[in-house]
Design a protein around this ligand. Structure first.
Ligand SMILES: *Cc1c(COP(=O)(O)O)cnc(C)c1O
Length: 224
């Protein structure tokens, strides 16, 4: 077995029930995705629209695609036209959400998304601040959406070796989802907590992740 297949098999056998693996394949060639696919992996995460569009056409039809990168508003049309996406995990502004909804309406499709929340210390990361996200739900702004289903939240921990800091960040993300659920009893299917990457996914799972996004531990280092 090659190293990609080995990593996939290992992850599939060790991830607990209820935790889904998204194989983050950005910057890796399609041959690598095919090796993961042949080992049983179906969900793949990409962070650039152009790259996703090209890979969709080269992979089997039952491959499930997640968009996980910062989505520029002028790329929304191109992304939604690329083909059926399982989930856009990285909705980081209300403006982006409205544009996705408008385009989904126009195409007559339903789009599933996660709200990206920014709890980490760095200011470079995209996403809603926790208070901003709570305000969005408190004001029930989601009720204006016509063709978009918000399925949960996505977040990243601080970029640090301090595991207690990482744990606290993941804890905060999972707690935020519960707070939102409690505040909005009419919100259906707000169940996904996407958090955890190669270096920290075991901690994320401990803290309640339902979906982990693992790249390097499967495909090796990326050549940017
Ligand atoms: C690249 C990326 C990952 C995967 O990171 P690894 O450290 O390679 O596992 C996960 N989530 C997001 C949002 C990413 O951009």
């Amino acid at each position: 077995m090659n190293s990609i297949a080995k990593a996939i098999t290992e992850l599939h056998s060790t991830l607990p029930e209820g935790v889904e693996l998204v194989a983050v394949s950005k910057f890796h060639p399609v041959e690598c995705l095919k090796q993961a696919y042949n080992a049983g992996q179906r969900a793949f995460g990409e962070s650039r629209v152009q790259e996703l569009c090209s890979k969709i056409t080269q992979m089997p039809a039952d491959t499930r695609w997640h968009f996980i990168g910062h989505l520029q508003t002028n790329k929304v049309k191109q992304l939604l036209a690329a083909g059926p996406l399982e989930l856009i995990e990285s909705v980081d502004s209300e403006r982006l959400l409205s544009l996705i909804d408008a385009e989904a309406c126009r195409l007559g499709i339903t789009v599933k998304v996660l709200m990206q929340v920014h709890v980490a210390r760095e200011d470079t990361k995209f996403g809603f601040g926790p208070d901003e996200l709570l305000a969005f739900f408190r004001q029930q702004k989601y009720t204006a959406l016509k063709a978009t289903h918000i399925c949960g939240i996505m977040g990243m921990a601080s970029n640090t070796d301090d595991t207690e800091r990482i744990r606290a960040d993941f804890h905060a993300i999972a707690a935020l989802r519960r707070q939102i659920i409690d505040m909005c009893p009419d919100l259906r299917g707000f169940n996904t907590v996407s958090m955890g990457m190669s270096d920290d996914y075991p901690i994320a799972i401990d803290e309640g992740a339902t979906l982990v996004r693992v790249g390097t531990a499967i495909f090796g280092e990326r050549n940017y």
